[in-house]
Design a protein around this ligand. Sequence first.
Ligand code: HEC
Ligand code: HEC
Length: 276
Amino acid sequence: MNNNRNFMCGVSAAMVLALVAVPFAAFGAADDNAKAKSPLMSIKASPYTERPVENAESVAQGKAIYDKACTYCHGLEGKGDGPAAVYLSRDTAPRPRDFTAGIYKFRSTLSGELPMDEDIFHTITKGVVGYMPGFVGMPAEDRWKVTYYLKSMYAEFKGGMPESITVVGGPIPGTAVSVNKGYKVYTKFKCWECHGGGGQGNGSKAADLKDDWGFPLPPRDLTRLNIYKNGSADIDIYRSIMAGLDGGAMPSYADFFAGEEENVWHLVNYIRSLSQ
Ligand code: HEC
Ligand code: HEC
């Protein structure tokens, strides 16, 4: 197997950004004539169905890959305390994830739930813009094995596959009427308290936000789609709003929008309009 340098080097920001668009774009496109209600990322629809079996052997192989490619940041025992952790973000969030805590930001499951295997695989593949390189150069089989290894660090993953949230409706054309409706939703739900009136991440609460580990965590500047961690396709923004980003300060709005999901699609159009 290649050593980890092959995965790490040559991953330019542009490449990472390019990757962001790939896996979820497929879902966005397929959404055009989607049924009224469809799973966000069902296992069957996933492009990642070809995968090795999950057993003691593949977990052990995943550990060997992890030890080479991930410990530098995530630490020998997965606690997010590798030697690079403090250099990455000395005084602010995010530190590399602590996999023994079972808290995951990038999910297609409800807030408080564990992620689906696909979510973890997806994060490893695309990385986190600005914070973690993508490992698309690593064979998919190895990315699955590392996924299994990460799961083995938190016992509750043994409880079986968590369910994906359902997507109600789908992207709607970003007309002025829709953007205006989205603006009203943004105002009503006080997104501006954190993200600011113009979405620049400078709301009145912004300076006081902390992540679960006590590090200051600034809200995203929503006017910069290219630095979205959780993807910037319509479906990704829907997922961020409905599922929230656990462990941080971005709440889940699934309960608030139950029955009025169309408003989320208007909100998506408003957010998208901020970067134009
Ligand atoms: C350069 C440092 C660095 C390396 C190398 C790195 N990561 Fe990360 N990783 C991070 C940081 C920082 C975060 C937190 C990002 C955030 O919270 O916004 C993170 C987050 C993650 C997440 C997101 C979990 C969630 O909350 O949804 C996963 C999964 C992950 N890393 C897996 C891996 C794996 C597997 C490897 C090795 C193949 C790896 N990382 C290598 C820095 C790194
Ligand atoms: C209590 C503060 C707070 C409120 C209220 C809030 N957010 Fe956030 N939001 C955050 C923080 C902090 C992040 C970044 C989280 C991280 O990096 O872990 C974030 C991230 C996001 C993201 C993900 C961007 C990415 O990087 O992928 C979107 C989209 C978003 N917020 C939209 C909204 C919308 C829409 C509302 C209102 C319905 C809202 N937020 C309300 C704090 C907040």
